[in-house]
Design a protein around this ligand. Structure first.
Ligand code: ATP
Ligand code: MG
Length: 418
């Protein structure tokens, strides 16, 4: 391979911690190499290891075709993907993405406006490198030689702390608009700077996100939600006018009403904190938080029209989900989870009688309760309710019984507002 841009870094220079590479990834690479196929660890794993972070996954790039990979790993391999055909190799409970080096033209199917919809032409490692998005994502680690092959000056950019697109940024954002969201995510997650020029390119190209399948946008939004630094990501998404491309109604309300902007920032900050502490997270939670901004005024409007609280809640939820569908497709299971979390906000109003047990044992109680606390952080009127549901969780069964059935319990008519 002769490539004038290639810089090769040896172990003494790059200090990549080999012990951090998952043994199963090493096993897959070993097996491909033993069949005569050049294969490397690539992408986020190499980048994160150089930055001293724990990689989320270990992607592999190889000269073996998907069919070769399937043949080598037999029952443990599935070929997936339409836009990029690649192999999933199963090892234990994990899945590893093994992608064949991609080349360029003439196999690309490019839409009128320059967006690539399919590219399945196989190529060499250096061709593969320049098709990747950012220079720091185009590093190839040869686990046997322990060398990093760097075709796009990714190591230097990492040292400078800069996120740089490979090639002409404007064209690369048109080719695949999702790269704009990836740029924000890597900036937030890795602390790599976005240059003013890149920011301007993103602002200029933001409407191209409309050409991306809405299901893919939801996947990207979730990756953003859970990047570990969503509080920062949100602010950059707003600055670059991308948040409004994903959640237009919420973006408008948050821009006009500081209290709702605080609500979102608190929600994102909470999730960042949970991720830092290794606690579990679900896409349902932040989806429910963001859509709440649009939901609440519709709910109140329906109450004013004379609907009862239960019907108003479900109708408002349905309207929000339908409107959102044009921008970003929320899977049915997530929609149901969001509805349940919102429904619990109604149930939390009832702090006496048998229904309290049903609320406490509701499968989404935890998420609903966290959501209540979040709402309380910007609305102190909710404090008595938040206190009740906090205290009851640490009470004995007898204590709960006397609290919810006791004589002193006020059974005043509940208001329908949330
Ligand atoms: P992480 O897994 O931490 O989110 P990553 O960089 O590994 O980050 P993946 O989505 O796993 O991201 O993709 C693996 C690699 O595939 C990337 O590092 C990049 O080289 C390439 N890649 C992914 N998406 C694109 C894209 N839209 N355009 C060009 N290259 C891409
Ligand atoms: Mg990855």
């Amino acid at each position: 391979m002769l490539n004038h841009n290639l810089i090769t870094y040896h172990q003494a220079e790059h200090h990549l911690p080999n012990a951090e590479i998952h043994p199963a990834a090493v096993k897959i690479i070993d097996k491909l190499v033993s069949h005569g196929f050049d294969s490397y660890l690539v992408g986020g794993a190499v980048r994160d290891l150089l930055l001293g972070l724990h990689p989320k996954d270990f992607d592999i790039a190889t000269e073996a075709t998907p069919e070769d990979i399937k043949h080598i790993f037999k029952g443990k391999c599935r070929i997936i993907g339409r836009r990029f055909r690649l192999a999933h190799v199963y090892m234990g409970s994990s899945i590893y993405e093994v992608a064949t080096f991609r080349g360029s033209d003439p196999g690309d199917r490019v839409m009128k406006k320059g967006q690539i919809i399919r590219d399945n032409v196989f190529g060499t490692v250096d061709q593969d490198a320049i098709r990747r998005d950012f220079s720091c994502n185009a590093l190839y680690y040869d686990i046997h030689e322990q060398t990093i092959l760097d075709f796009a000056h990714g190591v230097l950019d990492l040292k400078k702390g800069e996120l740089r697109l490979i090639g002409n940024p404007n064209l690369r954002f048109i080719e695949d608009p999702v790269r704009m969201l990836r740029a924000v995510r890597f900036h937030a997650k890795l602390g790599l700077d976005l240059t003013p020029e890149m920011k301007q390119d993103i602002i200029n190209n933001r409407t191209n996100l409309r050409n991306v399948p809405t299901a893919r946008l939801f996947d990207e939004a979730v990756k953003m939600f859970h990047c570990g630094n969503m509080e920062i990501a949100y602010q950059v998404l707003v600055e670059l006018k991308l948040f409004q491309m994903l959640f237009p109604a919420a973006a408008k309300i948050a821009a006009q009403e500081p209290i709702w902007e605080s609500f979102l920032l608190n929600a994102f900050g909470n999730t960042d904190e949970r991720i830092k502490n290794g606690q579990s997270v679900t896409p349902v939670f932040l989806t429910a938080c963001v859509l709440w901004l649009e939901f609440l005024p519709i709910y109140r409007e329906l109450l004013d029209e004379g609907k009862n609280s239960h019907d108003a809640l479900h109708e408002a939820a349905t309207r929000v989900m339908i409107r959102q569908r044009d921008y970003l497709m929320i899977p049915k299971a997530i929609q149901n989870g969001v509805r349940q979390m919102w429904m619990l906000q109604l149930r939390f109003k009832k702090m006496f009688g048998k229904g309290v047990y049903g609320t406490l044992h509701h499968p989404r109680f935890r998420a609903g309760y966290d959501f209540l606390l979040l709402r309380q952080s910007v609305n102190k009127d909710l404090s008595p309710k938040a206190e009740f549901w906090t205290n009851i969780q640490s009470m004995s069964p007898e204590g709960i019984k006397s609290l919810i059935f006791g004589k002193k319990v006020k059974r005043k008519k509940l208001s329908d507002d949330l």
